[in-house]
Ligand binder design. Structure first.
Ligand code: FAD
Length: 382
């Protein structure tokens, strides 16, 4: 019998949700969690609403690594990076030692996409994808006034709203004429844009090409030559699943680390979940999918092979300036957006040729329909 522990790499929501679910089913099997960060538990979605809620990075911690060790009855190695995986020997390589595993779970998260920029101040650009990033950004923005955000996606829009709420003057550079264009059609997208503009956010069409030190703080230059003066720059142009280490170990990767519905990679006893994973063809970097994955994988790891099922999982965009909920669907031949605007907001429904609901984007008070509509959507994975 293999007495090596189950090793989970990562201590984000995917890793810790899995560990909690696993402990509900198996109180005894040795569990080792290895994490490059401090191992404190926190809810990542809170990062983009923390100013409004008056919370510092430290105040976002819901449970310290020490308490997590106790609660999970796990060994948690913090500030420890796994540098390689040997799937044949069933070992992970740390800087100064090698650890055996019985089963290995990759919960590695995603990297922020770095903008390609000219200029002498490119090292003054922040991105926020974990608690430590957030602490650095808060320190940099302390006592400053003007923040320029790159990217009008979900995270860029949420930070814009949060920073305005905290009294910052916010500019957003976004290369499309409305935000969140990959998730919704123009009308609800414009509602978000206008809602944030009414709060005072200045929108710039384009993308940044350079950031330089100027006489008055930083100067951001856009591709059309427009310049924006800023004290702090926050890049929110996207996330990319962390696949390199898995790929180097011979594990199949595409957009994410490829798994089947049991979260199994092609390597024996190696699983993946959360933002790093591509599960049965889906990369869904949100909380609800990772929770469904964690429940299924916990059951599998404790002896009952279980496939993950995904119902439709709408995402709430945390922009109080324009409350928004969106359920995306892959573009389908013959399907179209039916957009209705009322005084209360926008109700955009994505329907197939027979009128069957496939997705939606709701703004304002129309978001109240979110749960009712979600019930009509087909599951993502049955
Ligand atoms: P992460 O939390 O990134 O964890 C990855 C872990 O792996 C970290 O502990 C890291 O240290 C560790 N790691 C990586 N490589 C190594 C290595 N080689 N060795 C050791 N450790 C390693 N989703 C929603 O559904 N709703 C929302 O409202 C929402 N808001 C969001 C707001 C923001 C600002 C952001 C950034 C994301 C938001 N999301 C939201 C997405 C959601 O938070 C993520 O999908 C989720 O937190 C991902 O968890 P994870 O555990 O997969 O990754």
């Amino acid at each position: 019998m293999n007495t090596s522990p189950i090793i989970i790499i990562g201590s984000g929501m995917a890793a810790y949700t899995l560990a909690r679910e696993f402990r509900k089913l198996d109180a005894d099997t040795a569990l080792t969690i290895i994490t490059a960060d401090a191992g404190d538990a926190y809810s990542k979605p809170m990062l983009s609403t923390a100013y409004t809620q008056g919370k510092s990075a430290a105040q976002l911690v819901t449970m310290s690594a020490d308490k997590m060790r106790e609660q999970l009855k796990a060994t948690i190695l913090t500030h420890t990076r796994v540098i390689a995986i040997n799937v044949a020997a069933k070992q992970v390589q740390l800087a100064s030692e090698t650890l055996d595993y019985s089963k290995l779970v990759l919960a590695l998260g995603a990297d922020t996409v770095k903008p390609k920029l000219e200029g002498d101040a490119t090292d003054a650009i922040y991105s926020v994808n974990d608690l430590e990033d957030y602490a650095r950004f808060r320190t940099a923005a302390e006592g400053k006034k003007r923040v320029t955000i790159f990217g009008g996606g979900l995270i860029g829009c949420e930070f814009a709203n949060d920073l305005v709420n905290a009294g910052y003057s916010v500019d957003i550079a976004h290369p499309h004429h409305y935000p969140l264009e990959r998730l919704m059609p123009e009308v609800p997208g414009m509602a978000i844009k206008n809602g944030l503009a009414q709060l005072g956010v200045r929108w710039h069409l384009g993308f940044a090409s350079a950031v330089n030190h100027g006489t008055d703080g930083l100067v951001v230059t856009l591709n059309d030559g427009t310049t924006i003066n800023a004290d702090v720059v926050l890049s929110a142009i996207g996330l990319r699943p962390r696949i390199q280490m898995a790929q180097a170990a011979g594990i199949n990767v595409q957009r994410g680390i490829v798994t089947d519905r049991q979260l199994r990679t092609n390597a024996p006893d190696v699983y993946a979940l959360g933002d790093c994973a591509e599960v049965a063809g889906h990369v869904l970097p949100y909380v609800l999918p990772l929770m469904a994955q964690a429940r299924a994988l916990a059951a599998t790891l404790s002896g009952t092979a279980t496939e993950v099922a995904y119902p439709a999982m709408p995402v709430v965009v945390k922009t109080p300036a324009c409350p928004t909920a969106v359920a995306t669907a892959n573009p389908l031949d013959g399907a179209t957006w039916q957009v209705n605007c009322t005084e209360d907001g926008v109700c955009a429904l994505y329907q197939d040729a027979e009128g069957k609901l496939l997705g939606f984007a709701l703004t304002g008070k129309e978001t109240a329909q979110r749960q009712t509509l979600a019930k009509q959507l087909p599951p993502i994975l049955n």
